[in-house]
Design a protein around this ligand. Structure first.
Ligand SMILES: NC(=O)c1ccc[n+]([C@@H]2O[C@H](COP(=O)([O-])OP(=O)(O)OC[C@H]3O[C@@H](n4cnc5c(N)ncnc54)[C@H](O)[C@@H]3O)[C@@H](O)[C@H]2O)c1
Length: 372
């Protein structure tokens, strides 16, 4: 199969859909790979790194879209890219179609077979192509929180690990899922005194079994949350209620009970944020002050570490990308119900129920789409 990877054109997107390692695997499996010049630059992969593994580096995205049978990307195709997609072509990338009517209409009009990273599932009921970005955001959260706590940045001037004779920072993580677990591990590794709150007892049991002694756990009742937040130097918001806006777990009134200069890192900002005073910020201007409490609310945290994020995403997408290339999308999806769960559009039909429900569009079952 001819696999193509264009340079991402969404503002501030530095990741790339195919790493040289993934391209090398595809070529070893007998496929041909074309990559747009400069596509990997933001993630630290120059054209020569691709050429070295046998990739044909081409001058334009137009050539990629015109020739490739399988287009591999990171972000949803932008309007100009969507005009170049066609029936019979496979698009493998993040789509997030539910709130995006114009994109949905364009993909349906193009006839492209679009498989969305974010709806591919796994045996444990997880989302294996979203998890790597949650891992990145989780591990990054204490790092940016520690920076926010520094005096020059408006923070409390507290060192995560303390020093001998000086207490470490108190870090509270609300939500002990993928983001929360990785955040807690890194904060504990920096020497902080860490407590994770979650509503799920099953999750708290798991965390206690796996990380007892590394960090503490607490049930996320209103009372426990308020008490821990008052004592915290840093609070990391990492909750998720699938398909819903994040619940507001710290009100503005509660800020006055917190320690002046404490840091709130709201990782759940991409779902509306879990603190009442959160609003989305950018990497260029990531923090702001409300009532003396410093807020960090960057909605695309993985972009700050584009290279690590690209490699993590590439590791997760590679087996699916190879299955699509080796077997063709139909056989690959017939063999793997989890990959079939990623199918969002095919030949002008919408094949993902949640998107159909959100936009009032009729849906063809993915199983039927396989027979078209
Ligand atoms: N800002 C970014 O760049 C970025 C990147 C990746 C993920 N995220 C976001 O981070 C959030 C967490 O993602 P995840 O992958 O860890 O999700 P997850 O499903 O793995 O974990 C969410 C956890 O929150 C818990 N929870 C739900 N409601 C709660 C409540 N009221 N109190 C305490 N705990 C509660 C759940 O029990 C679960 O353990 C999501 O909103 C996700 O969109 C943001």
């Amino acid at each position: 199969m001819l696999i193509g990877c264009p340079k991402e054109i969404k503002p501030q997107e530095y990741r790339v859909g195919l790493t040289p390692v993934a391209a090398q695997e595809a070529i070893a499996n007998g496929h041909e790979v074309i990559v747009e010049t400069g596509a990997g630059q933001g993630a630290g992969f120059d054209d020569d790194a691709y050429r070295a593994v046998g990739v044909d580096v081409v001058d334009t995205a137009e050539e990629i879209f015109a020739r490739a049978e399988l287009v591999v990307k990171v972000k949803e195709p932008q309007a100009g890219e969507r005009q170049q997609l066609r029936e019979g072509q496979i698009l493998f990338t993040y789509l997030h179609l539910a709130p995006d009517g114009p994109q949905t209409r364009d993909l349906l009009a193009s006839g492209v077979t679009a498989i969305a990273y974010e709806t591919v599932t796994d045996r444990a009921g997880g989302l294996p192509l979203l998890a790597p970005m949650s891992e990145v955001a989780g591990r990054l959260a204490p790092q940016v929180g520690a920076w926010t706590l520094q005096k020059a940045n408006g923070g409390r001037g507290v060192l995560m690990g303390g020093v001998p004779g000086v207490a470490p920072a108190r870090v509270v993580v609300i939500g002990g899922g993928v983001v929360g677990t990785h955040a807690a591990r890194i904060a504990a590794g920096m020497g902080a005194d860490v407590t994770v709150l979650d509503m799920s007892l099953a999750r708290l049991r798991y965390l206690d079994d796996a990380f007892g002694g590394v960090f503490k756990t607490s049930y996320a009742s209103k009372g426990n949350t308020a008490e821990l937040v008052e004592q915290a130097d840093m609070v990391i918001g990492a909750v998720l209620i699938p398909g819903a806006e994040a619940p507001k777990l710290i009100t503005r009134a509660q800020l006055s009970d917190m320690k002046p200069g404490a840091a709130l890192v709201d990782v759940a900002i991409d779902q509306g944020g879990c603190f009442e005073t959160s609003r989305p910020t950018t990497h260029a201007d990531p923090i702001y002050d409300v009532d003396g409490i410093m807020h960090y609310c960057v909605a695309n945290m993985p972009g700050a570490v584009a290279r690590s994020s690209t490699i993590g995403l590439g590791n997760a997408t590679m087996p699916f990308m190879l299955a699509l290339a080796n077997k063709g999308w139909r056989q690959a999806c017939e063999d793997d119900a989890h990959l079939l769960a990623g199918l969002n559009t095919h030949a002008g039909h919408l094949t993902y129920y949640a998107v159909g429900k959100a936009q009032g569009i009729d849906v063809l079952s993915p199983a039927m789409a396989l027979k078209l």
